[in-house]
Design a binder for this molecule. Structure first.
Ligand SMILES: Cc1ncc(COP(=O)(O)O)c(C=O)c1O
Length: 385
């Protein structure tokens, strides 16, 4: 990575020489972390940085969060934890995926804490602690309160409550659970899970409790625990879909127009001739496609923006290209080389994701490797972007 300065702002620019420009505002990520930490108070606030910090670049994002005050981080996989350990030697790192096959010794060596997801993992971690003479070894414990995905199910919780010695050899650094419906302000499931979690905690050894993800931080029913684990809201996605996004925008994606063509009926545009031209129109071809994470499901329904004006996507998104109707946009603003906004002030990742029939998480984590990446260090209180 090169470090550059532009308009007084230090920037780090990735090596890719793609035509699209993905701008990631590290100052906004830091500001979002601080907002979430205030929301979590008096509890503490971790940062979830799995999947390469939700696609935005772990090597730039993790040190930013550390400087903003985050000390506990969660990733999904052991390999992600090792990369994070090399970036943040003093961080507490939890691996949500738990003891994936063959990973236990490596995690112990790197002082990484697995999230133990079932009693088999509890026994394996305790056994390792004894074998390597490092008992007790730190770990989180995950109790399932309704996701039915990972975490101790009720029967395993009962076995553990009946025999707490199963945890001998484990230094319990926290007990976590995960919310299924926190993005839905009206869902009764959040309160139900919080109740189940409290009941489970009462039967387990005392340790810091961790329930809320980003949306959970904004749900009173999920408050009152010791450590929040937000991910998406750090990256500017909206944790409160029922109202305006309280987070600072983080991501901008612009791609220049490649070509503009004039078409008229009975012409069609793109693969499958799925778009029928109804009247004389101007079609801009833009070099971004599904290989870059622009989901094919926005074909004939999404929108891109040129100079603050919407241009409907017409025809199918192909691997490297998308076409948009720029008929109503003045020629000089829709000419080859003019920037087209896919993500930015006019359209955030949640909005584009919705048009694609998915969620902002998938949009961010799917952003491809062909964009030039530019990291901005805006001031913590900068609201200019
Ligand atoms: C166990 C766990 N905790 C926390 C998070 C962070 O959730 P969010 O990105 O919705 O804040 C995730 C994300 O999937 C998760 O799986």
């Amino acid at each position: 990575m090169d470090v550059q300065t532009q308009a007084g702002r230090p920037m780090v620019t990735g090596a890719s020489r793609g035509v699209g420009l993905l701008t990631i505002d590290l100052g906004a990520i830091a500001a979002n972390y601080r907002l979430l930490r205030r929301q979590a108070a008096p509890g503490a606030c971790a940062a979830v940085v799995k999947a390469n910090a939700y696609g935005l670049g772990l090597d730039a994002v993790a040190p930013t969060l550390w400087r903003a005050g985050a000390r506990v981080f969660f990733v999904a996989l052991p390999d992600e934890a090792l990369v994070l350990r090399s970036l943040l030697p003093d961080a507490h790192i939890g691996v949500l995926g738990g003891l994936l096959p063959g990973s236990a010794d490596t995690l112990a060596d790197a002082a990484i804490w697995p999230v133990l997801n079932h009693l088999g993992e509890v026994a394996a971690w305790a056994g390792l602690a004894r074998r390597i003479g490092r008992s007790p070894l730190p770990a989180f414990l995950h109790v399932d309160t309704g996701m039915n995905r990972l975490g101790l199910p009720p029967d395993e919780r009962a076995r553990l409550a009946a025999d707490p010695s199963l945890l001998d050899g484990i230094d319990l650094r926290g007990i976590i659970s995960h919310l299924a419906c926190a993005d839905d302000a009206d869902s009764p499931m959040t309160a139900a899970q919080a109740r189940t979690f409290r009941d489970a905690l009462a039967t387990l050894p005392i340790a810091p409790s961790s329930l809320a993800n980003s949306s959970g931080l904004f749900r009173p029913a999920a408050s009152g625990f010791d450590l929040a684990r937000p991910g998406m809201a750090l990256y500017g996605l909206n944790p409160t879909p029922e109202r305006a996004n309280p987070m600072r925008p983080v991501v901008t994606l612009t791609v220049p127009v490649l070509q503009v063509r004039h078409v008229d009926r009975p012409m069609t545009v793109g693969y499958g001739a799925s778009y029928q031209v109804a009247q004389p129109a101007k079609i801009a071809t833009i070099p971004v496609g599904y290989a870059d994470g622009l989901l094919r499901s926005v074909s004939n329904c999404g929108v891109v923006w040129l100079a603050g004006r919407p241009a409907p996507i017409v025809g199918r998104v192909s691997m490297d290209l998308v076409t948009a109707d720029v008929t109503g946009i003045p020629g000089d603003l829709a000419a080859p080389g003019q920037p087209v906004e896919l993500l930015g002030p006019n359209q955030d990742a949640d909005t584009l994701a919705k048009a694609a029939g998915t969620i902002g998480y998938e949009m961010l984590t799917g952003l491809g490797g062909r964009f030039r990446r530019q990291y901005l260090q805006t001031a913590p209180d900068d609201t200019s972007r």
